[in-house]
Structure formats: structure tokens, C-alpha cells
Design a protein around this ligand. Structure first.
Ligand SMILES: Nc1c(N[C@@H]2O[C@H](COP(=O)(O)O)[C@@H](O)[C@H]2O)[nH]c(=O)[nH]c1=O
Length: 163
């Protein structure tokens, strides 16, 4: 089975980057993954003044609109780093919030797809042929969290055996 998600108020809305789950990265708080992701477009760019404004946005829609404004200059390496930036933020989101971590882990090995009608990079696009990078990141984060949980079970068993 494939699990499709997109809008926050639809099923599996917590997988959307617009979901209201804050993250802390290097001492800064971001209301949503989308706030962080949009701001990273301008790190080291001549338009870096926009970063705190994006961070202070009241909603992820507002943050996305600021980050997508085509008159601003993106950092030159943005296309190279954007999936790494996204993965880090999504991993931190699911490590931070236990309830949605359970929702993610409970999807088993189902395929996760961002059902965006217009985004062929992060989502599957209108005709479902898109690259679905957000879905791929969620599946890889799901795997990573499972490994981390196994590690912590093993290390606590190990500590118990020693005492
Ligand atoms: N969920 C969701 C969207 N999808 C998100 O948009 C982001 C891509 O932004 P950009 O790289 O600027 O095109 C990325 O986080 C993707 O998951 N877009 C929306 O307008 N509304 C929404 O509810």
C-alpha cells in the first residue's frame, strides 16, 4: 500500500513540512520544518537579511511565500544542499515529537508519497511521476529512527547485564 499525504488537515498531515511541529537547530527555534527550509535558501546569500524575517513568520505559508519570492538571491549551492538541509530538519522533527514519531514508525514499510499536485521534486506531481524526495526522506528517517531505537535498547541491555 502507498500512503499519500499533503495538506496538514488531511490524513498523515503530520508528514507535511507545514505541520505545527517546531524544531531546534543550532540554538535557533523554528515553528515548522518549512520555516527552517525556506530560510536556509539564503544562508550566505546577499539576501541573508530575510532569514530572521522568515523565522519570525507566523505561519509556514508566510515563510514559504517569503522564501519563494523570485526577486531574492538564493545561495549559489542551494540545489546541491537542499535535500541534505531538508533531511536534517525532518529527522530532528521526528526525533523531537514522540507522537508523530509513533505515527511514522507505525507506517511499517509502506511507501510514503507527498501528493503535491504541482511539485515534481519534493512530491509526485499531478500525474504521479514526480521524484517524491520528501517521501523518500521520510522513509529514510523512519529507518534511521528504527536503528537508533535498536541501538538504545541494545546499549541499555548491555548496561543492565554489567550491573
Ligand atoms: N505541503 C505543502 C507544500 N509542499 C512543500 O513545499 C516545500 C517546497 O518548497 P520550494 O522548494 O520553495 O518549492 C517543501 O517543503 C514541500 O514539502 N507546498 C505548499 O505550497 N503547500 C503545502 O501544504
Amino acid at each position: 500500500m502507498t500512503i499519500y499525504f499533503y495538506k496538514v488537515w488531511q490524513p498523515y498531515g503530520c508528514f507535511s513540512n507545514f505541520s505545527p511541529h517546531s524544531i531546534e537547530i543550532q540554538g535557533n527555534y523554528w515553528l515548522t520544518v518549512e520555516h527552517y527550509y525556506q530560510a536556509q535558501k539564503f544562508v550566505g546569500s546577499v539576501d541573508a537579511v530575510i532569514i530572521p524575517i522568515i523565522r519570525a513568520s507566523k505561519t509556514p505559508e508566510e515563510a514559504a511565500a517569503l522564501g519563494r519570492c523570485s526577486s531574492r538571491k538564493l545561495r549559489p549551492d542551494w540545489d546541491l544542499v537542499k535535500t541534505t538541509v531538508m533531511r536534517e530538519a525532518v529527522l530532528i522533527k521526528f526525533l523531537t515529537h514522540a507522537d508523530i514519531r509513533e505515527t511514522l514508525l507505525n507506517t511499517g514499510n509502506e511507501i510514503l508519497v507527498e501528493n503535491s499536485p504541482c511539485d515534481y521534486f519534493w512530491g509526485c506531481g499531478a500525474d504521479k511521476t514526480g521524484q517524491n524526495h520528501l517521501g523518500k526522506i521520510l522513509m529514510s528517517v523512519r529507518e534511521e529512527i528504527r536503528k537508533l531505537q535498536l541501538l538504545s535498547v541494545c546499549s541499555s541491555e548491555c548496561l543492565e547485564n554489567r550491573s
